[in-house]
Write a protein that binds this ligand. Sequence first.
Ligand code: F6P
Length: 344
Amino acid sequence: MKKIGVMTGGGDCPGLNAVIRSVVVKAATLGHEVIGFKRGWKGLLEGGETVRLDIEDVEDIYMLGGTIIGTSRTNPLKLENGMEQVEKNLQKHECFALVAIGGEDTLGVANVLCNKGMKIVGVPKTIDNDLSATDYTFGFDTAINIATEALDRLHTTAKSHERVLVVEIMGRHAGWMALHAGMAGGAHIILIPEVPFDVDWICQIVKERKKKGKDYTLVAVSEGAIPTDFGSFVTKDAKKDEFERERLGGIAECLARIIEEKTGLETRSVVLGHLQRGGSPTTYDRVLGTRLGVKAVEMIHNGEFGKMASVRGTEIVSVPIAEAVEVLKKVPPERYEEARIFFA
Ligand code: F6P
């Protein structure tokens, strides 16, 4: 029997527990046991905590949101001897391999550690769906379903009060969430980071709708969207995390104020925020997470280190982690064009 470590890093995401359960169950079928390193890379640093993961511990967790082993945005590469500490801790706990479940930051670290010879496989996680080398990341489907439901609900109140509502949707520098939720939730305008926008163009659409007797407008805006006048995305403050990521947010409030000023129509903003990340995963995310977990353990068993389990069409395959973290997967222009014909 060999021991496999598992950790979850970065923002939490619905479906993480489905992956953990799957890793434990699949490992057991191959005669391996699993331990969890708590709070992301923190668990693999000095003073880090671990938790034993037996089948009984994980059998009922597939429907739970969040991650039972906790997460953090700790970056071991920023610490002196961080890499050595990770390696030492894996040895101390007799783990011959590690499953790293995370997005671009967590897997970026995993990639560096693999290049140093550590035995790691990756599982792609993020509600933002912005990881390359995989068609989808688990968590995305749940998050866009929550955002779509919010838009459905906001239609009725915006219509009743004849208001313009600007809805801020997560996704960082990729517009997948705003695009999908905006399309499914019938937003009249969708704004994504990949296509900087002119505020006057939005006001024009709002006014034209009003002229046509459509007295309300719903704008779905990605938190990383860029007004051409500003030349950059909006941030809440100057704070950055350990991966040098800025805290995005505030675009909806800012846009609502300008739209109201320029059109004279009552305009409000709504920030969906962490609601999009919380709670139970959808069926799609449970199945995707489960399949990725099974694949990750198979990859360990076959010695495919430095690779990530990935979904391509309906198949689960393995790809180099390096490919996944090389560039951010952004919305291609043609996908935005598809949506644009519905803006009115
Ligand atoms: O990457 C996932 C994500 O939810 C982004 O969409 C968002 O910008 C960010 O994390 C928020 O992170 P935090 O919870 O650390 O503020």
